[in-house]
Ligand binder design. Structure first.
Ligand SMILES: Cc1ncc(C[n+]2csc(CCOP(=O)(O)OP(=O)(O)O)c2C)c(N)n1
Ligand SMILES: [Mg+2]
Length: 347
């Protein structure tokens, strides 16, 4: 397990570049109709997940909503497995059955990828409950958007997390919009972080465009949680450069607003900080960027070459084991402990 101190900032900058280049290429491949279904890009928000991941251990848990490509990449899922998932190929991180919104990687403790707004927040609380129940010192990071905070499940989850003093950091990625609706029109609060106060959960506002601020704030909270379990809430102020999904031209905001945030770009910002401090040259940056682009191009080739999932797996993973109407045995190639039924069982 890699200690937090060793997560070098140049390495984290290169992770942000990988995420950015991966999504740019995903956008292009979507337009070329290589990727179907929904596709929500995270471009602009990279410092949030990268900073948060830099502050936790490899055995901590993370869970997020549907804007999830970056979360999987940051956790260590390969670009190959992520691109193949977008292409609906069997080599994808969810075996090609989940697509953009349902990335999942149990090995790296990335528990989705969830399409229903705020439905995963109680699941995050469940992960944190499991940690406490087993007496472990892990922490759960539960990411969600500003659009999630008015959902009933969100409130139920915060209430339980506070009552049970669970080791969870609720991370609201406030990118100012839920689809085309401004947070000012959807939420009757002066600021989102005030939601936490009502549940007696400590909360703070963080500059989500600043990698270092995100990392330091998450590290401080995680440290306190490991000493004595409790929930915490961080409102990350961030911005998505692209529309809500690939089909959204984002005409509900002005070009000036977008440009204002682009000037605050998280990659440019960390690059400038490192360059100023003599830790990165322009040549080194260009090399990192070149490598990121190469990794992503290779992932497209990998995805293209990979086979489609077999047709008889079409209904797999729809219901949990035990919910099946018949009691035929699970397929022998089923991974252990998945808790899912095979397609044959379902039909
Ligand atoms: C329960 C539910 N209602 C409505 C939708 C449709 N929907 C998909 S995304 C979205 C907006 C969510 O915005 P936010 O939580 O701010 O996340 P962001 O897209 O900004 O990352 C909505 C309303 C949904 N998926 N689930
Ligand atoms: Mg939002």
């Amino acid at each position: 397990m890699q200690p937090v101190e060793q997560r070098d900032e140049v390495e984290m900058l290169s992770l942000m570049l990988l995420i950015r280049r991966f999504e740019e290429r995903a956008s292009q491949q979507y337009q070329a109709q290589k990727i179907g279904g929904f596709c929500h890009l995270y471009i602009g928000q990279e410092a949030v997940v990268t900073g948060a991941i830099a502050a936790i251990r490899d055995d901590d848990y993370i869970i997020t909503a549907y804007r999830d490509h970056a979360h999987a990449l940051a956790r260590g899922t390969s670009a190959d497995a992520c691109m193949a998932e977008l292409f609906g190929k069997v080599t994808g991180c969810s075996r090609g059955l989940g697509g953009s919104m349902h990335f999942f990687d149990k090995k790296h403790h990335m528990y989705g990828g969830h399409a229903i707004v705020a439905a995963h927040v109680p699941l995050g609380v469940g992960l944190a409950f499991a940690i406490k129940y087993r007496g472990e010192d892990r922490v759960t990071l539960c990411f969600f958007g500003d659009g999630a905070i008015n959902q009933g499940s969100f409130h139920e989850a915060l209430n339980l997390a506070a009552l049970y003093k669970l080791p969870i950091v609720f991370i609201c990625e406030n990118n100012l919009f839920a689809m085309g609706t401004s947070v000012k029109r959807s939420t009757s609060l002066r600021q989102i972080v005030d939601r936490a106060e009502g549940y007696d959960i400590p909360g703070e506002i963080v500059d989500g465009m600043n990698f270092r601020e995100v990392r330091d704030k998450v590290a401080e909270i995680v440290d306190s949680i490991r000493k004595e379990a409790h929930p915490a809430f961080l409102e990350m102020r961030t911005y998505r450069y692209r529309g809500h999904s690939m089909s959204d031209p984002a005409s509900y905001r002005t070009k000036q607003e977008l440009e204002k945030y682009r000037l605050d770009d998280p990659i440019t910002r960390l690059r400038a900080q490192l360059t100023r401090e003599g830790k990165l040259t322009n040549e080194q940056f260009d090399l990192l960027d070149k490598r990121a682009k190469e990794t992503v191009l290779a992932s497209v080739k990998f995805a293209e070459k990979s086979p489609q999932p077999p047709l008889d797996t079409l209904y797999d993973y729809t219901y949990a084991n035990g919910a099946a109407a018949d009691d035929s045995p699970a397929k022998s190639d089923e991974p252990e402990g998945d808790g899912v039924a095979s397609g044959e069982e379902r039909r």
